[in-house]
Ligand binder design. Structure first.
Ligand code: FAD
Ligand code: EPU
Length: 295
């Protein structure tokens, strides 16, 4: 582990990942590492690769379900200021992968730049939102629709800029998951600041009214099947408030599983299985997980 001494990064050993996920669930990783800057990150990747230590990246953990026994190897978190910078030039905004989505939206709105409002109220980092192509539902384009280019580190530790033509975004997916995202350049449009602020408030109000924000969760647990809503289907199966351990199908939005205390990942996975079986039986539809499952 000589490389640990070469890094300027903050390193925690046996760090419980439940502290870093919105579900408040999940066992420990061997190393939880926050690189100080890009050179530190490059050195880290090369060292981990050389020592054959597996690694993953975690943003705000708002779309990730970590299993109870945790994950082996390193979890990299881009939490240091170097990865959180946001700068604006005309209609273009450059945002570090570790910056918070809500901060990016607020900053753009202050400059009279519109386009991000539909993401208001979604927790998460810019990196996580890009990987997931975060957004509204299946029928609408997500965050990826605004992207001009993405700067990444590949798993050999080299930096590359991927242009719009290299990028593919689908419903809660992208072709970026094999990279570590460093930053993104997006293009926005000039609009009246009051109008932008009004739209932001409208999206936040919609989410507050329809979603269960009272308990830890990872947002919607399943993707919507084409031309349908997973929440409605689960609701029609009469599964609201169904419980396994402390994992509960929300009574407010049936596609939310909430942690009502000390839920285990296993409780959540069992509840997901039960839901899938019931929806398959009643509607002959296969629900696909929307959350990233780390096991
Ligand atoms: P994480 O959960 O940390 O990571 C998600 C994936 O991205 C993981 O595979 C991780 O390895 C990868 N990743 C993260 N950062 C990087 C990086 N820098 N480089 C490479 N890979 C990286 N989502 C929506 O799309 N729409 C919604 O309306 C919505 N509402 C939500 C409401 C609530 C209450 C909650 C809890 C979640 C909601 N979500 C929603 C889900 C989630 O907030 C988004 O998917 C968010 O964009 C995830 O960002 P994150 O930083 O938390 O990602
Ligand atoms: N519905 C029910 N019962 C429920 C929940 C919903 O009947 O328990 C009905 C609603 O009444 C509505 C329909 O289902 O008619 C759709 O519900 P909603 O408007 O809440 O949207 P959704 O399709 O469930 C999608 C995204 C959300 C995103 C919202 C708003 C997916 C899986 N979910 O939800 O994203 O916030 O649209 O844009 O695509 C997430 O990805 O984590 C997430 C929360």
């Amino acid at each position: 582990m000589n490389w640990l001494r070469l890094l300027k990064a903050k390193v925690k050993f046996k760090e419980p990942l439940k502290k870093h996920t919105s579900f408040k669930v999940g066992g420990a990783c061997d190393y939880f590492i926050e690189p100080r800057d890009v050179d530190d990150l490059k050195l880290l990747i090369k060292s981990l690769k050389k020592d054959k230590i597996p690694f993953r990246v975690l943003g705000l953990g708002s779309n990730t379900l970590v299993c109870d026994k945790g994950v082996r190897g390193a979890v990299i978190h881009l939490g240091s200021p170097c990865f959180k910078r946001i700068s604006v030039q005309n209609n273009f905004v450059d945002a570090g992968a570790g910056s918070y989505l809500n901060k990016l939206i607020r900053l753009a709105a202050k400059q009279g730049l519109a386009g991000l409002e539909f993401l208001s109220g979604i927790p998460g980092t810019v990196g996580g939102a890009l990987i997931m192509n975060a957004g509204r539902t299946r029928e609408f384009p997500g965050f990826g629709g605004l992207v001009e280019s993405v700067t990444i580190v590949d798993y050999r530790g080299s930096i590359r800029i991927l242009k719009k033509k290299d990028l593919k975004f689908g419903y809660r997916k992208s072709n970026l998951s094999k990279y570590i995202i460093l930053s993104v350049r997006i293009k926005l449009i000039k609009k009246n600041k009051t109008k932008i602020q009004g739209d932001i408030s409208r999206y936040i109000r919609y989410r507050k009214n329809s979603q269960d924000l009272s308990h830890p969760s990872a947002g919607c647990i399943f993707k919507n099947p084409p031309a349908s809503s997973a929440g409605r289907l689960i609701d029609l199966c009469g599964l609201k408030e169904r419980r396994i351990g402390d994992a509960v199908v929300s009574g407010k939005h049936a596609n939310f599983i909430v942690n009502d205390g000390d839920a285990k990942a296993l409780d959540i996975l069992r509840l997901m299985n039960l839901i899938r079986k019931e929806v398959k039986k009643k509607f002959n539809l296969n629900l696909e997980p929307e959350v990233e499952i780390w096991q």
